[in-house]
Design a binder for this molecule. Structure first.
Ligand code: FES
Ligand SMILES: [Fe+2]
Length: 335
């Protein structure tokens, strides 16, 4: 399965910022490319191909030394541009120009490290709540799944499964009907809002602002930014609100790693572990279902699978992914 090339021209998360310390490199994978993330002397995160030009060793197994990334095999030093600037085995000061590793675009925002393998075609979503200092922010996960990022993001958008996969936590099995909603696609962003029944808070996970209500309803305002990002704003009719920021790292065609950052303007004193435990439970319930789906990637041809009216998000997601040139095409395998 070839990965669509345009995915290389999108920002993708590769780590929580706290997973990349100042003093050591961090290795990961993005769209089948091995990536090393490390911080320069000013703390700025950088991304490079995690392959030493000398013998192909993973540079992420090495260490940092005075603003250089050092290969663990023979100690070649790479500087912040990706150029090899020291080869300890030789006294010849002339270093071949081929001695370098590729550098990628990298930025740190919303507590995540983002990488684009080629010049990105879309900007990151704007989430003012995460940057105005007035909201409590909790990092949950990450959630590594044996599924393509398209399956993980589509699961996050799917309302119909809540009473079945998350009974008592996100849905009520006695109120399974999905209310009508409409999806508006603007460029690479899908917009839709749904007011739907939700479960009451549990004693273990009192995370939503729906207290004292017997059959609570939640207003969910979604932005689905292609390819794998969701900004979801929750409200219950009052001042209290939550912002869910979910984004998937496409590791390969059948592996992803989800990040879910949650902001809220209430319950500032609640320990982060409550929300983290809640999302661990929810994502675990989803994982076994999504990892069982075949094929591993969302089949973007609308003739595949069976779509009903309440699946309008999935239909529009598949259509928009095709329109934007981000979709996998399974039939290409056969051609
Ligand atoms: S393999 Fe990296 S220095 Fe030899
Ligand atoms: Fe779910």
């Amino acid at each position: 399965m070839d990965i669509p090339k345009k995915l290389r021209a999108c920002w993708h998360p590769v780590a929580y910022a706290h997973e990349v310390p100042a003093e050591a490199p961090h290795g990961t994978m993005l769209l089948d490319e091995p990536i090393v993330i490390w911080r320069g002397e000013n703390g700025q995160a950088m991304a490079m191909k995690d392959v030493c030009i000398h013998r192909g060793t993973a540079l992420s197994l090495g260490w940092l030394d005075k603003g250089c990334l050092v290969c663990p095999y023979h100690g070649w030093h790479y500087d912040e541009t990706g150029a090899c600037v020291k080869i300890p085995q030789t006294t010849n000061p002339n270093i071949p120009t081929k001695a370098r590793t590729q550098k990628y675009l990298c930025q740190e925002r919303y507590g995540l490290i983002w990488v684009a393998l080629e010049e990105p075609v879309y900007d990151l979503p704007e989430i003012p709540e995460f940057e105005d200092g007035g909201w409590k922010i909790v990092n949950t996960g990450p959630f590594p799944w044996n599924a393509d990022a398209s399956r993980q993001v589509e699961n996050f958008t799917d309302f119909g499964h809540f009473p079945w996969v998350h009974p008592g936590l996100l849905g009520d099995v006695n109120r399974p009907v999905v209310p009508d909603y409409t999806v508006e696609t603007k460029g690479h962003v899908l917009h839709y809002t749904v007011v739907r029944p939700e479960a009451s808070n549990t004693d273990d996970f009192p995370v939503f602002a729906n207290d004292e209500v017997v059959t609570p309803e939640r207003r969910s305002r979604y932005e689905l930014h292609l390819p794998y990002t969701i900004v979801l704003r929750l409200g219950w009719g009052g001042e209290k609100g939550m912002v869910y920021f979910y984004v998937g790292q496409p590791i390969s065609a059948d592996k992803c790693r989800g990040y879910c950052i949650i902001g809220r303007n209430y319950d500032f004193d609640q320990p982060d572990s409550v929300l983290q435990g809640f999302e661990d439970t929810i994502f675990d319930q989803d994982k076994r279902i999504v990892e069982s789906q075949r094929p591993d990637q969302v089949p973007f041809d609308l003739a595949d699978e069976l779509h009903l009216k309440f699946d309008a998000v999935a239909i529009n997601y598949r259509r928009a992914m095709q329109d934007q040139g981000l979709a996998y095409y399974h039939y290409l395998d056969i051609a």
